[in-house]
Design a protein around this ligand. Structure first.
Ligand code: PGA
Length: 240
């Protein structure tokens, strides 16, 4: 719930100036739902993809205030973030709820970006591995290997989101490797090895290259540093 309509559009124009071509890194911009139309118009025809921050699982119906997958595709969305830690912590979303949204997103040909991550208490209590495994198994329950092949996973330690604290490259890589092993186990290595696992949590231009150079870190889900075209573009350049 950051920026305005005008500053969101200006952000896209800034990105298009700074990232005129898109042949090496896939880049998506995921504005608040009310700005999807205008941001989508600003990036139409470019290499930038449009994504949403949330959706409802039902195809249509009496769900006042909600947005369906069909509405997102109608606006040109290619992807949708699901189960962000703020959705889980502030809006009560569970793994089961993320799972229903995930299946709906896939049925609308949207790429789901499924977020998982442990809290500080869970990390300090030594349960990170267990928490991540439970979130992955629950959020991805019932998916076929073919459905799973369309996913992006985002590992976002809750203690690193918007706090300025970043997981060290080694800490992040350890969890990414665990997620990869679990995905291989659930869907076979031909799917697990190719799925993108993004890291999120205070990714900035000065730490992006080191994080992204880890073998199992395939991309970044960026919050604060994506609100300015210069820092967003610098992170994309670090990914090349
Ligand atoms: P941050 O946010 O980059 O500001 O930590 C990440 C997120 O909200 O997913």
């Amino acid at each position: 719930m950051n920026l305005s309509r005008d500053t969101s559009i200006a952000l896209v124009h800034g990105l298009l100036d700074l990232l005129p071509t898109g042949d090496q890194v896939d880049v998506a911009v995921c504005p608040p739902a009310v700005y999807l139309h205008d941001v989508g118009a600003a990036l139409r025809g470019s290499h930038l993809m449009l994504g949403a921050q949330n959706m409802h699982h039902a195809a249509e119906g009496a769900f006042t205030g909600e947005t369906s997958g069909a509405m997102l595709t109608d606006l040109g969305c290619r992807c949708v973030i699901l189960g962000h830690s703020e959705r889980r912590q502030l809006f009560g979303e569970t793994d089961a709820c993320v799972n229903t949204k995930l299946l709906a997103a896939i049925s609308h040909q949207l790429i789901p970006i499924v977020c998982v991550g442990e809290t500080l208490e869970e990390r300090e209590g030594g349960t990170t591995e267990q928490v991540i495994a439970t979130q992955i198994r629950g959020s991805l329950a019932g998916l076929t290997a073919e459905q799973a092949s369309t996913l992006v996973i985002a590992y976002e330690p809750v203690w690193a989101i918007g706090t300025g604290k970043t997981a060290s490259p080694a800490q992040a890589e350890a969890v990414h490797a665990q997620i990869r092993t679990l995905l291989n186990e659930l869907f076979g290595s031909s799917v697990g090895e190719t799925l993108r696992i993004q890291y999120g949590g205070s990714v900035k231009p000065d730490n992006a290259a080191e994080l992204l150079s880890q073998p199992n870190i395939d991309g970044a889900l960026v919050g604060g540093a994506a609100l300015k075209a210069e820092s967003f573009a610098a992170i994309v350049k670090a990914a090349t």
